[in-house]
Design a protein around this ligand. Structure first.
Ligand SMILES: C[S@@+](CC[C@H](N)C(=O)[O-])C[C@H]1O[C@@H](n2cnc3c(N)ncnc32)[C@H](O)[C@@H]1O
Length: 221
């Protein structure tokens, strides 16, 4: 699918800031009528992270997901989160600062990163939809390069569907609460995006009526 020149990065809401960032986790709980904690726990279980794995989480947020991931990778694994949001970084440090195997780095995930075949798994959760396609491609390329051979890229985000055909509450959420980039992401074929960079063997798990998906993509051996 071609670039849509009407879409620009400054339309994005992915850089969560201020009060919204400070209370991001509570806000997600409210917007999902209390379903978010059990959803994210289940979704992260579906990434099938294992004890001892090295995980990179791009646009990691406030540390809520990081703590759930820590339950899976244990003391012997390690977690590196990347984020640029001041409130998110502060929240992460409060929650995870006491663990030696967890770190957060203030880095832009949409610029070329220096990680090369270092991680067993990469995660990007509710982040990819908030970028223009060119930047999504950079993020996917960063993930591919950062993964060891045989590693897995886990995307937790909207699935691909026709927004016009979705029920009113879904259309309202996408068109009135999200930025226009989200609908652009939903219209595209995420697997095709990933295949272009060498990912294959997809697995997917659907949530919230099929409108949200955990998509796992593999980097070949
Ligand atoms: C919608 S939140 C999702 C947070 C977390 N992944 C989750 O699932 O709860 C998007 C996150 O991406 C971060 N972010 C936005 N643009 C970024 C960029 N260019 N580089 C790194 N992080 C970014 C924001 O600060 C925020 O923490």
């Amino acid at each position: 699918m071609k670039r849509d020149d009407r879409l620009t990065q400054d339309m994005s809401k992915v850089e969560v800031k201020g009060i919204e960032a400070k209370y991001y986790d509570i806000l997600m709980n409210i917007l999902t009528l209390g379903k978010y904690p059990s959803f994210i726990r289940k979704a992260l279980r579906q990434t099938a992270l294992k004890e001892g794995e090295r995980v990179l989480d791009m646009g990691c947020g406030s540390g809520r997901n990081a703590l759930l991931i820590r339950e899976m990778i244990g003391e012997s694994g390690s977690y590196t989160g990347l984020d640029i949001g001041r409130e998110m970084i502060d929240g992460f440090r409060k929650r995870c600062g006491g663990f030696d195997n967890m770190e957060i780095l203030d880095m832009h995930i949409d610029s070329t990163l220096a990680f090369e075949e270092e991680f067993d798994a990469v995660l990007v959760s509710f982040v990819l939809h908030g970028f223009v396609q060119e930047k999504r491609d950079t993020i996917i390329e960063n993930a591919y390069r950062a993964l060891k051979k045989g590693g897995v890229f886990n995307i937790v985000d909207y699935s691909n569907f026709v927004v016009d055909d979705a029920p009113l509450p879904v259309r309202f959420a996408i068109r009135k609460m999200e930025c226009p980039l989200a609908e652009d992401f939903i219209r595209r074929d995420t697997k095709e995006m990933l295949s272009a960079f060498g990912f294959d063997s997809f697995e997917e798990y659907f949530h919230f009526g099929g409108y949200v998906r955990v998509l796992r993509a593999h980097k070949g051996e």
